[in-house]
Design a protein around this ligand. Structure first.
Ligand code: ASP
Length: 345
């Protein structure tokens, strides 16, 4: 008989375990203790229920308070306990869950064990809450994901998504996440069905050997809009710690090509060693900077195509590459190279 799977649940906070306070919903500590006594767990895993251990963070966080330091803490907690468990479930607030999912895919080494991130739209003690379903589905995937597919993934509502392709698409629906630029890894209905063509043969980086997380202000995110000024960009670039900018451009990666001051500001940023990565604003957009003159102008100024990277993955990947100690040239090169299934070749 197979030995029961050992799963570690890391409870970081988020709506899933929140309770009402005079200031509004805030994280509560009871969830971790309650999980082990959930009757549904026994029923969901009649044959081989997993052996579950929990690790609760103190303080528990609304994920809007998370920083890159928290990503690394979660990654380190997993790595430290890696040998003792068969899979990992991270309970997380939905607001920045896609950033953490992306970051874990980079900061963890290539893993032959599933790392599943989930949360909920309603606290677990609320009627019609999605918390129990999401938790049980996450445990199921952490225990039984096919070996060839093991990777960092988001399990939420009816979807299993690659972690670094996921983005939050709804503040209300139970299917709060989607991966509009990449097929789903699987679907959760009566059965848990895997899209077995989504194997995961890619090599991970190795944060444990090289990583030194840069200060938070090493990375900035800028979204273009009609009227966005060169002065605003120069103000962003004036931070002495800045090493990379994710530039959310229009459609296929276009920007204001007739605004010379804007082009100059990009060129100066790049000359000063700042890597400018262009991602697309539409949810299903893919950057092809040569499609339009307006995109070519950004490329000529030195900006780099992030192709189909999500904004979240672009931000996390920049932190990761900076943490590895790479030069601007090397970061620019590595940004274009898939390292954890985050972008097409
Ligand atoms: N503000 C919450 C959080 O991200 C929202 C949620 O969990 O749904 O922690």
């Amino acid at each position: 008989m197979d030995h029961p799977k050992r799963i570690l649940i890391i409870y970081t906070g988020g709506t899933i375990g929140m309770q009402q306070t005079p200031e509004g919903l805030a994280p509560a500590a009871d969830l971790a203790a309650d999980i082990r006594h959930m009757p549904e767990l026994g029923q969901a895993f009649q044959t081989h229920p997993p052996v579950i251990e929990t690790l609760s963070y103190d303080p528990l966080l609304d994920s809007s308070d998370m920083t890159p330091g928290h990503w690394v803490r979660i990654a380190s907690d997993i790595l430290q306990r890696y040998q003792r468990f068969d899979g990992f479930v991270v309970l997380h607030g939905t607001d920045t869950l896609a950033y953490t999912a992306s970051a874990l895919s980079f900061f963890l080494e290539r893993s032959d064990k599933p790392v599943v991130i989930t949360g909920a739209q309603l606290p677990y003690a609320y009627p019609r809450s999605d918390a129990r379903n999401n938790l049980i589905s996450a445990l199921e995937v952490a225990a039984n994901m096919p070996e060839a597919m093991t990777q960092v993934c988001v399990v939420f509502g009816s979807r299993i998504l690659r972690g670094n392709r996921a983005t939050k698409v709804s503040a209300k629906a139970y299917d709060a996440f989607d991966s509009p630029r990449y097929p789903h890894l699987g679907a959760i209905g009566i059965d848990v069905e895997y899209n077995r063509r989504r194997r995961f043969p890619l090599a991970f980086g190795n944060f444990t050997k090289h990583g030194q997380l840069p200060p938070d202000d090493a990375v900035a995110l800028v979204r273009l809009f009609p009227g966005f000024s060169a002065e605003t960009l120069r103000a962003v670039c004036s931070s002495s710690q800045l090493r990379g900018i994710v530039l959310e451009a229009y459609g296929a990666g276009n920007g204001p090509s007739k605004n010379q001051a804007f082009q100059d500001a990009i060129r100066d940023a790049v000359r000063n060693g700042i890597v400018v990565v262009v991602v697309s604003q539409p949810l299903d957009g893919i950057v092809r900077m040569s499609s339009y003159a307006a995109g070519s102008a950004l490329a000529r100024a030195g900006a780099i195509s992030g192709r189909d990277l999500t904004t979240e993955a672009a931000v996390a990947k920049l932190y990761y590459l900076i943490a590895l100690g790479y030069s601007a040239d090397m970061i620019a090169k590595k940004i274009k190279t898939p390292i954890a299934g985050e972008m097409r070749r």
